[in-house]
Design a protein. Structure first.
Length: 596
């Protein structure tokens, strides 16, 4: 059985990523990309579905782990009755080849160790043909996939897996290097682990040294930025929403989605976090990915794309996997790609507006695309949609979708006014006002003194906390104050924020979910803008304390079981952490939000 979600750490090479458990088992790894088929899928089934265990044989083990400062190099230290040993894990990508590097280091005494390597391609289904090469390397092939394992430790086949038992003396270092490449390519020698490890560490530290955030929140902010870096494709600039698929939002439920893709809704949040932390090159790469992904007819713009901007990834279920802790179905692909979500127009146009304000290069061709998107939205904004949460309970007139439609027209108006771009200014001003009037008349409930989830409803939605953040209303507007109060009254669970009221079945799923961590950070942002600094800091502190022992956050938190829920690690949660930390730090200055 896999560990708790919070028991995992991530290692990655900016092309894909692996999850390593506290027991030293890599239970999830897709190669060669985040959204490729998994060769280790024990996370969503059992050891027979693929994993790589490297840990002590002793049953009584005390585990401590950490990342080397400023890096994604994981050190897991096992203290046993026989002594102490560490497993140092990282990854490296080179010219389409991916290396998983594991160094076993004896630190005290003599520790008996065990390795179990069970390779299963196609999400735990395909058993490769395994042989030994003349140089001693293990060689596993199935179709286009090839994995080799280089280590001085003797190993043997046992029960359809490769095992090894060995001892580690104090001061000894034993390397394990697993390499993936395409099976048709000439086989290359395995890299030297020690020199590669040193190179990987230098690169991570060089990147971390560019972070401009200082003060009391630097540690959680930098760790979150490193996590975002781990979820980025270094070639395309795309950032995956998560490294995993089908980790449940409720244990035993069916809210199990594939998040190994890039969502447009994340664009402005991500761009803002990168720009404000000193990473302009990365922000530019993300913006460039965005423009390539949406290029073409505005009628064909999607809400999410593949890591290189691919548009087709049909959703299907994998019946041979039992699901995380029995949570089925396991889904591959995401049908939400075909949904209508009006908010993405606002996110895209806001991203490009913020890019201009930050001085990132923006060509005339990009502006022409922005005008085309705004023109398309002119014909759509009155339509009901599936909304930011990608509901499967039918389209509605979601208030947040309309607010982000207002943002879209507001940003093109501002671009014309502030940067001298050429466009139909009066037309966009008129539509912007029409959208505002529609929202204020149909999206606000005077009886509740609050904006509501959809026109005519009495229900709340955490996205409404962002109304002042995007500049639709000022933070001290009575309607904003009333909305925050209603969110506190109706959406708080043990001090954290749920996305919406699931008992309304608005999403068509029926079962429960945990509190949504990004939404909880948004409440802290609302407190900041209203000058409620003590409450903002207190909530932010509790959210930071939810991180696991290596500083990672999932999508949601189960307040009843006191454990993580949803896909992991979750980019949206870490982006929200960075932005809230920056907002709290900036409170000494005039309040700043995306709408100003």
């Amino acid at each position: 059985m896999p560990g708790k979600i919070e028991d995992y750490a991530i290692i990655g090479d900016r092309g894909t990523a692996a999850l390593v458990g506290r027991d030293g088992s890599i239970d999830w790894l897709c190669l060669p990309r985040f959204d490729s088929q998994a060769c280790f899928a024990a996370l969503l089934g059992g050891p027979e579905n693929g994993r790589w265990l490297l840990g002590p044989k002793a049953e009584s083990v005390k585990v401590r782990r950490h990342y080397r400062e400023g890096t994604l190099i994981l050190e897991t230290e096992f203290e046993t009755p026989d002594g102490t040993v560490a497993v140092i894990d990282c990854m490296r990508r080179r010219d389409g080849v991916h290396d998983v590097l594991r160094l076993v280091e004896g630190r005290k005494g003599c520790v008996p160790m065990r390795m179990e390597l069970c390779i299963r391609f196609n999400y735990g289904e395909i058993i490769p043909w395994v042989t030994s090469l003349s140089d001693g390397r293990l060689h596993a092939v199935a179709g286009p996939n090839r994995l080799t394992l280089a280590t001085p430790v003797a190993h043997r086949g046992e029960d359809m897996k490769t095992v090894a038992e060995f001892q580690v003396q104090e001061g000894a270092q034993i390397p394990f290097v697993m390499t993936w490449d395409e099976s048709w390519r000439p086989l290359e020698p395995s890299p030297d682990l020690h020199s590669t490890l040193d190179s990987v560490e230098r690169r991570w530290k060089k990147w971390s040294d560019r972070c401009t955030v200082s003060g009391e929140y630097r540690e959680p902010v930098l760790r979150s930025l490193l996590t975002l870096r781990a979820l980025e494709d270094g070639w395309t600039g795309g950032i995956a929403a998560s490294a995993t698929t089908s980790l449940p939002e409720c244990i035993g439920g069916q809210r199990n989605w594939d998040y190994r893709y890039c969502w447009l809704r994340d664009s402005t949040f991500t761009l803002y976090a990168l720009l404000e932390s000193g990473y302009h090159d990365e922000a530019r790469a993300w913006r460039d990915w965005l423009m390539r992904a949406i290029a073409g007819s505005p009628e064909k713009m999607q809400i999410l794309y593949g890591m290189a901007g691919e548009r087709r990834f049909p959703e299907y279920e994998v019946p041979h996997l039992s699901g995380y802790m029995g949570s089925k179905p396991v889904r591959i692909g995401n049908a939400a790609a075909g949904q209508l979500q009006l908010d993405v127009y606002g996110e895209v146009l806001d991203s490009l507006y913020q890019s201009r304000r930050a001085g990132l290069v923006s060509s005339t061709d990009i502006w022409d695309m922005e005008v085309a998107l705004a023109k398309r939205l002119e014909t759509l904004w009155r339509e009901p949609d599936e909304g930011i949460w990608e509901v499967r309970g039918g389209r509605r007139d979601f208030t947040w979708s309309k607010i982000m439609s207002w943002v879209a027209f507001d940003r093109v108006v501002r671009t014309i006014e502030e940067f001298g771009a050429q466009g139909p200014l009066e037309e966009f001003r008129r539509v912007r006002q029409e959208v505002r009037e529609e929202i204020e008349s149909r999206g606000f409930d005077p009886e509740l003194n609050s904006f509501v989830q959809s026109f005519g409803s009495k229900h709340l939605d955490a996205t409404l906390l962002l109304i002042p953040m995007v500049g639709f209303l000022k933070p001290d507007d009575p309607r904003v104050i009333g909305t925050v109060a209603q969110v506190e009254k109706r959406l708080l669970a043990d001090g954290f924020v749920r996305r919406y009221e699931t008992d309304t079945n608005v999403d068509g799923m029926g079962d429960k979910e945990g509190v949504f961590l990004a939404c909880s950070f948004w409440l802290a942002d609302a407190y900041v803008l209203q000058g409620r600094l003590d409450e903002a800091r207190e909530l932010f502190g509790r959210l930071v304390n939810l991180r696991n022992d290596v500083g990672l956050l999932s999508e949601e938190y189960d307040t009843e079981r006191k454990r993580f829920a949803g896909n992991f690690p979750q980019a949206f949660s870490h982006v929200a952490l960075v932005n809230t930390a920056l907002n709290i730090t900036r409170l000494k200055k005039p309040a700043k939000h995306r709408g100003t």
